[in-house]
Design a protein around this ligand. Sequence first.
Ligand code: CAA
Length: 258
Amino acid sequence: QTEYTAIITETHGRVATITLNRPEALNALSNTLITELVSAAAGFDADPNIGAIIITGSERAFAAGADIKAMLDLEYADVLAGGVFPSWDGLERMLTPTIAAVSGFALGGGCELAMMCDIILAGDNAKFGQPEINLGVIPGFGGTQRLPRAIGKYKAADMVLTGRMMDAEEAERSGLVSRVVPAAELLDVAKQTAELIASKPLPAVKAAKNALQAAEESSLSEGLRVEQIAFAALFATEDQTEGMRAFAEKREANFKHR
Ligand code: CAA
């Protein structure tokens, strides 16, 4: 069992949960926290017994952004050198579905972390924002790119240029969150959703996630090709044979990979 200092990990059946745990700083994303989070997620991604990963924070804060106090004395060259922020690549590349369960503040890097996940579930107390402009900087973990893709240019510019916060209701209306649920039920709903995903045939789940990611990164015709090839490839899996036979035979499918 790896010893982490800024996160807590647990598994329950096929679902892994990573809880950000820096309550003294509203889960501000320190280098240590990011390194631990990416490494824990990569470990779960490589584990065939894990079918979905929940990333969550505390009731008060999912994460209040990058650690401002750690950035106070940095200069251009320090930040550009890249050593300042550990890489998020591991989290962005993995094919196990991730669910952000957001309660309280998801600001700056916190909002950006949520947007790196496949599904965002928000408690009705959630608050989203990209307040970096108030610090003399701009979003640095993908906010200027993912937010417009998620909620459109004009909503995104409103958030990034004013630094204002969005409540859960506005976030749902804008398309930033998958679902809003009562805050007290957030973790239960996240677990149920993760269990449901983890019960599906894994090769299809990973192909679906990969195709959805292609929708963000490519033209329509390229994305359609990714989908078509993946759709055809799934016909080489036992789970496709079983899934379709079970339907025709009016019985429950017994998938091999899940
Ligand atoms: N970094 C470091 N520490 C933070 C922090 C952050 N992003 N956010 C909160 N904290 C700390 C506070 O300094 C405070 O610590 P002390 O008790 O030691 O003073 C503690 O967490 C509690 O915070 P507050 O007392 O401020 O709590 P509040 O309820 O009054 O306010 C808040 C809550 C509105 C979220 C406020 O803390 C806040 O505005 N935080 C900063 C939000 C922000 O600007 N995020 C963007 C960061 S930059 C970024 O993320 C760049 C990027 O894209 C990569």
